[in-house]
Design a protein. Structure first.
Length: 101
């Protein structure tokens, strides 16, 4: 579609979504991510590095936590997916499996 017309040499075969905001600025991905993480920590969020999520926990129509490779079951009032455009590809099977897609 339009993205291919703007950038004809970009391969978009496995891309589900493209966003273009001509009036937007530029954000360094690393600094943006670490800034959001720091703000979340200041409000009580906990992060586990090098910890693979192996499944989602669902209860009453909500995701209530995750199963992990190194910390077992982690229950949470809020579970955030930070996968961006890879969410559907990465979580799609899990979401369909638990009926949350």
């Amino acid at each position: 579609g339009e993205a291919s017309a703007m950038h004809p040499y970009v391969n978009l075969d496995d891309v589900d979504l493209v966003g273009w905001e001509p009036g937007s600025g530029f954000a360094d991905p690393y600094l943006t991510c670490t800034s959001f993480a720091q703000a979340a920590k200041e409000h009580g969020a906990v992060f586990f590095g090098n910890c693979e999520v192996t499944g989602l926990l669902k209860e009453g129509g909500r995701i209530r936590g995750v199963e992990t490779s190194t910390h077992g079951v982690l229950e949470a009032g809020v579970t955030v997916s930070c996968l961006n455009i890879w969410t559907k590809k990465t979580l799609g099977g899990w979401l369909r499996k638990i009926g949350a897609d």
